[in-house]
Design a protein around this ligand. Structure first.
Ligand code: ADP
Length: 261
């Protein structure tokens, strides 16, 4: 698993490089799409070149879609960290989750008691949980169940799951468990690599989990997948507990809240 994380970090760097290329690429694609539009205006739908031109345009559009995703994945988005209550965020998303998973999959949400706050970017954190729920759904074409759990995890307990330069701290755990296909070790070893997908063309981009990985890293948390072929998969996400900055002694102005990012 350690090797898996080292590999994923390397791939993340590659992904970021690709993001720079994607930006220039997008400009070129805009020109291709623009010029094919111009040419299409000079041809009638029955003309022999019309359908070929349409092909050029459609495929350039697809490529543009892909570069947009690549950009979203690699862009250094401005983070707006705020103190968040995970159970509230998950409950707010449950209507969306039900729409994502459909009728054949059941969703259970189990929150621990008095879950500690975390400090993270709300939009990014939502994206993490949504990506995991979408993957869980895709792993259960015949139906099944998804369980989302939150819990407080002590520093000692969290250490059992962390392999990357562990700094002892309390964490809040979000767990997304499914009863789907599970993954063999050779797939599990690659899931955080950008563009790694086992889904058919057009269904998966392979950017979901590498995005999740990047966001969790930025939030100074970590992610731990467990998967059993034929039984299902659980993603454990650990986010550092947000601890209130101690109040300044009387007489002094209150210190601004420390930026933990
Ligand atoms: P994508 O969903 O576009 O394929 P991801 O990066 O989100 O990209 O996932 C990469 C791969 O990891 C998936 O193609 C799939 O093989 C595997 N995977 C992710 N989540 C699960 C899951 N819950 N159950 C089984 N396989 C999964």
């Amino acid at each position: 698993l350690e090797a898996q994380f080292a590999q994923s970090q390397k791939m993340q760097a590659v992904g970021q490089l690709a993001g720079g290329v994607a930006h220039d690429f997008n400009n070129l694609l805009t020109a291709i799409i623009g010029f094919s539009d111009l040419l299409l205006l000079k041809h009638k739908p029955g003309d022999p070149s019309f359908s070929e031109l349409m092909q050029i345009k459609q495929n350039a559009n697809r490529a543009a879609g892909l570069t947009r995703q690549l950009l979203a994945f690699s862009r250094q988005q401005t983070l707006r960290p705020q103190v968040l209550e995970l159970p509230l965020i998950i409950d707010d998303l449950s209507v969306l989750f039900k729409r994502i998973i459909g009728d054949r999959i059941t969703l259970d949400v189990e929150h621990g008691r008095s879950i500690w706050p975390v400090r993270a970017d709300l939009v990014q954190l939502e994206q993490v949980i949504i990506n995991l729920v979408v993957n869980a759904r895709d792993a259960m074409p015949e139906g099944g169940s998804i369980t989302i759990r939150t819990d407080n995890v002590s520093a000692a307990e969290a250490a059992r799951f962390n392999f990357e330069g562990f700094v002892p701290a309390d964490y809040v755990l979000i767990e997304v468990e499914d009863t789907g296909t599970g993954m063999p070790p050779e797939v599990l070893a690659k899931i955080f690599e950008p563009f790694f997908t086992t889904k058919e063309l057009g269904k998966g981009t392979g950017l979901g989990l590498s995005t999740v990985y990047g966001i969790i890293k930025q939030t100074e948390g970590f992610i731990y997948p467990i998967s059993v072929v034929g039984a299902g998969t659980t993603f454990k996400i650990f986010l550092p507990r947000y601890a209130q900055v101690a109040a300044e002694p009387a007489g002094k102005a209150a210190a601004p809240v420390k930026d933990l990012t």
